[in-house]
Ligand binder design. Structure first.
Ligand code: FUL
Length: 695
């Protein structure tokens, strides 16, 4: 034994607690802490919602409560299909709408006749919650329950009796179907409804009516491992994030205050000094709406959209609850399945090889200089070990040494949240050409934070906690080179006539042609807006990854004459040009003072030989003012008008896509689209885009 070892042995003998496994010196918990249930839930990261009820059969967002149970008759209902898709999609559980606002129960509740026991499916002998529970077990998934507090069928809704009914149903669901990981109480509460035939509006005070405290007590007794999501009532275990669009704030504290109102800003970001642990769950649907609507078959979220949702939820210290609407036949639509599986593959590919695994790491400060807390704990893959600084140190760095130059574009970091969320600000830098280059500077971390940045090649990465509430505890850091998402690029023609090409991944190269040939990587590299003159244009484009040599499939767009000289007459509203900016996501709406028709008059700037026109209605989720019946006129002097086409845009409400109408070619300088009728039967018309077809 040398002198140093003898000295250490003596110290251990005299002060056993100081060094032995760092017990005495272990960091103390800071602020509110997650419960064991919340910790377990957070680690699930990604799980599913399924929405299914009587309103699936009436194409409505919410059932009114008077829907005849006889309409509920799924011909191919298969919870195994739902579970298989969720499992293959990398999800860890499924939350089923056991009862949505309609009040219709997917299980044969003893306490109401408004359930599967009175529908034709399985002659009233079926139980979808049971089938869901069995399917979850078969696929190793956890089961969650959505039970709407608002019940538009119950005659008792709004009266004290309803609370007993609600609790009876809860008891059934939490007793008869095995372990339930999460219970979901929707914030939509009270309003119009059937209410046993009363057909009236009933208002309740969501804060007092449900007596949540006692309901929570009962829930925890029945399911000790559950987490409670409640948007409207007393603070529970999890919080809504204030939007259904699929993101949470970049700054995201898992804290709120136990009492008091929570405005949307707070839902989005949490409360830095909140006194309760209430982490955020990002809930969104794979399609615009929660329930199935055939009109949305073309609106399933794209891979780039889903990837953004992932980084903006799981990558921002939240979980992701992704909804599948169930079709009337009882299955998940194959487009939704494909989208979810493509998404899962892309996430897997992005996080395939951790370039920082077991890489040597050095810290500017290590708690008590004790190896238990040293920098290597962030790259050792052990979620129970962590790097920590001395109590007085709230800013410190870790440098990870890759040993050679590596290329990367993603950084993942995790706090050891069992002892509280601490980090307020941090940065990451890469060692490039002999100096530190800032890659990103952000605020909170929490359970998991993932950053995206342009690919950089470097031998070292420096992570710096710039500010923290208490000494930082970092359990994990990972570094990745996510491959490019090579979906076909979007091609638009702006009003100027210039063409813009937008790839899914900003790092992709784009190659295009204007002569009808298939683009190759040898010519036609896109570097910015393409001048295509005023005539018609055919543009083909593909996204290309120069490193792997892989390319997307080709997007082909045919554009008619440019709209450079077009003027919309009769309005001073500058937003009107949204209808010819090439972007389907922007729109313009106009209203006539009295009644329809609503006229849109355009001066084309010169005489053209017209053979047709095209109309794209507002593409937003809750779009109104969609024109169903039209008359189309042409003129050469903006005075004498000639009707060249009229009729109905068939099925436009259900399928709000481009409408094309051809007519006998005719010369004209002015066009007038007269909206005679819209979907909501009033005097308004909305347009995402308008186009013409020339001969
Ligand atoms: C909302 C409900 O009103 C929707 O129908 C859906 O269930 C969604 C998850 O929550 O508040």
């Amino acid at each position: 034994m040398n002198m140093k070892k003898i000295f250490i042995a003596l110290i251990i003998l005299i002060f056993p607690g100081v060094i032995v496994y760092g017990q005495v010196n272990a960091p103390k918990p800071y602020g509110p802490l997650p419960s064991a249930n919340q910790l377990r839930w957070q680690q699930m990261e990604y799980y599913a919602f399924v929405h299914f009820s009587v309103n699936t059969y009436t194409d409505m967002s919410w059932g009114f409560g008077n829907e005849d149970p006889n309409i509920f008759n799924p011909s191919q209902l298969d919870c195994m299909q739902w579970a298989r898709i969720c499992k293959e999609a990398g999800m860890k559980g499924i939350i089923i709408t056991a009862k949505h606002h309609s009040g219709f129960c997917l299980w044969p509740s003893k306490y109401t006749e408004y359930s599967v026991k009175n529908c034709p499916w399985k002659n009233g002998k079926g139980d979808i919650v049971r089938e869901m529970s069995d399917a979850c077990k078969a696929y190793g998934l956890k089961l969650g329950i959505y039970l709407s507090p608002w019940d538009r069928n119950s005659a008792d809704y709004g009266k004290p009796e309803y609370i007993t009914y609600f609790r009876n149903q809860l008891r059934e669901l939490l007793t008869n179907y095995g372990d339930i990981f999460e219970i979901w109480f929707d914030g939509a509460n009270g309003g119009s409804g059937y209410y046993g035939g009363a057909n009236e509006t009933r208002k309740i005070d969501a804060k007092t009516y449900y007596d949540w405290a006692n309901t929570y007590k009962m829930i925890r007794e029945l399911q000790p491992n559950i987490v409670i999501w409640n948007d409207g009532g007393d603070r529970a275990d999890l919080r809504w994030v204030g939007t259904e669009a699929g993101y949470i704030g970049e700054t995201n504290w898992s804290l709120l205050n136990k009492t008091g109102d929570v405005p949307e800003e707070m839902l989005r970001h949490g409360v830095e000094n909140g006194n309760a642990w209430v982490p955020g769950e990002v809930n969104t649907s794979i399609r615009p709406e929660w329930f199935y609507h055939p009109k949305e078959d073309g609106k399933v979220k794209t891979l780039p959209q889903l990837m953004d949702i992932y980084y903006n939820s799981v990558g921002r210290n939240a979980t992701l609850l992704m909804n599948f609407p169930i079709m009337p036949n009882g299955l998940i639509n194959e487009k939704d399945e494909k989208a979810a599986l493509d998404f899962a593959h892309a996430v897997k590919a992005a996080f395939a090889i951790n370039l920082a695994k077991n890489a040597p790491a050095k810290a500017t400060n290590v708690r008590s200089k004790n190896a238990i807390y040293n920098a290597s704990k962030v790259t050792d893959g052990n979620k129970n070990s962590y790097w920590s600084t001395d109590d007085s140190i709230k800013s410190a760095s870790i440098t990870i040494d890759f040993g050679k130059a590596v290329s990367f574009n993603r950084f993942l970091v995790q706090e050891y949240i069992a002892l509280g969320q601490r980090v307020k600000a941090f940065s990451i830098e890469a060692w490039v050409k002999g100096e530190w280059k800032l890659l990103d500077k952000q605020t909170t971390i929490g359970y998991k934070r993932i950053l995206r940045f342009p690919t950089v090649s470097s031998t070292k990465l420096r992570f710096t906690v710039l500010d923290a509430k208490a000494c930082p505890l970092i359990t994990n850091m990972e570094v990745y080179k996510a491959p490019q998402i090579l979906t076909p690029p979007i091609i638009i023609r702006e009003q100027s006539g210039k063409v813009r090409i937008i790839p899914a991944d900003p790092e992709s190269d784009i190659f295009y042609t204007l002569d009808g040939s298939i683009p190759t990587r040898n010519a036609g590299r896109y570097t910015g807006l393409i001048e295509t003159g005023n005539g018609k244009a055919e543009v083909k484009a593909m996204a290309y990854n120069a490193v792997t040599g892989k390319s997307s499939t080709v997007t082909i767009e045919h554009f008619d004459i440019s709209k450079k000289q077009w003027k919309i007459l009769g309005t001073a509203d500058s937003n009107v040009y949204a209808i010819m900016d090439g972007l389907e996501s922007t729109s313009w709406h106009q209203q006539q003072n009295t009644t329809a028709p609503v006229d849109l008059i355009i001066d084309l700037g010169q005489t053209e030989k017209l053979a047709g026109f095209r109309y794209l209605p507002d593409q937003n989720w809750w779009a109104s003012d969609i024109v169903t019946n039209y008359a189309f006129y042409i003129s050469n002097d903006n005075n004498q008008w000639q009707l060249v086409a009229s009729g109905e845009f068939a099925n436009i409400k259900n399928n709000p896509l481009w409408q094309t109408n051809m007519f006998k070619p005719i010369n004209a300088r002015y066009i007038k689209l007269s909206a005679l009728h819209n979907i909501q039967n009033n005097n308004a018309a909305g347009y995402a885009e308008i186009d013409i077809i020339t001969e």
